[in-house]
Design a protein around this ligand. Sequence first.
Ligand SMILES: Cc1cc2nc3c(=O)[nH]c(=O)nc-3n(C[C@H](O)[C@H](O)[C@H](O)COP(=O)(O)OP(=O)(O)OC[C@H]3O[C@@H](n4cnc5c(N)ncnc54)[C@H](O)[C@@H]3O)c2cc1C
Ligand code: FES
Length: 284
Amino acid sequence: MPYKIIEKKEIAPSVHLLKILAPDVAKAAKAGQFIILRIDETSERIPLTIADFDAVEGTITIIFQEMGKTTKQLAKMTSSNELRDFVGPLGTPADVRELGTVILVGGGVGIAPVYPQVRAYREAGNKVISVIGARNESLLILEDEMKAASDELHVATDDGSKGHHGFVTDVVKNILDSGEKVARVVVIGPPILMKVAAGMLEPYGVETLVSLNPIMIDGTGMCGGCRVSVGGETKFACVDGPEFDAHKVDFNLLMSRLALYRDEESKCLENHNNNHKCTCRGEN
Ligand SMILES: Cc1cc2nc3c(=O)[nH]c(=O)nc-3n(C[C@H](O)[C@H](O)[C@H](O)COP(=O)(O)OP(=O)(O)OC[C@H]3O[C@@H](n4cnc5c(N)ncnc54)[C@H](O)[C@@H]3O)c2cc1C
Ligand code: FES
């Protein structure tokens, strides 16, 4: 069954929002879950986090950054297009409950997956302090939405064009050093940000959760592609996660596995950019 795109906009350079009509997914979706989509019969399957959902309207919102062939193809879709497959909700929902004060950190396009969690933690009765960051002001997404959904919003940019001049981790450190009693920190963003945040937070003894983004294929625990090491045990991020205890994650393994297919991905993108037939399995 095709899935209709009902809204499409570029919300920052190379970052796009798509609202898709998928009533069954919207009815069951919870914060922290993701979908796997396929643009057409020959496309690869890609996982994207549910950035928003509306069970009444029957819609799911996804926000993605152009990276390689498939996300560049997706960026060209318009509100008159349909997606071939849209499977979800997948993954274990985020462990949201009343804890007291919770800091939610989103880096870059990681702000999108943090947003539904901000709303869910606030609805569960927590004081929510959100910290969002990007390389520069033009890449900051969902600032107004995050402000409305949080008790406090802090902004950081690498170049100082908005908010704190520096990283989101500096801001989190300042909040903890100010004496704020924090029960949990949730960090979502590039693996290097999650790794640095976990290291910075360890001495504070604060529970820290991260949402991992390994390469996924089936999304149902069958292929083993998304395996990660957590506390020395192998876990499948698509069914056991994607949320895990940051202090137990082997981030070096995650980052090396994410780079496994870099040569093939670049070749695929080059073929796509030059309008050449791709040599990968999907297009043969
Ligand atoms: C649970 C989960 C949620 C995600 N949510 C978001 C999101 O909300 N927004 C967003 O912009 N991105 C998200 N991603 C990453 C997104 O899936 C990749 O950017 C996308 O698959 C890249 O495909 P591509 O063909 O454009 O690029 P490619 O050139 O194929 O790959 C570029 C890089 O993306 C990663 N990647 C490639 N294929 C996959 C795959 N099948 N599964 C996971 N990672 C892959 C690899 O690191 C790779 O080096 C998520 C990933 C996971 C696992
Ligand atoms: S994506 Fe196949 S086991 Fe997780």
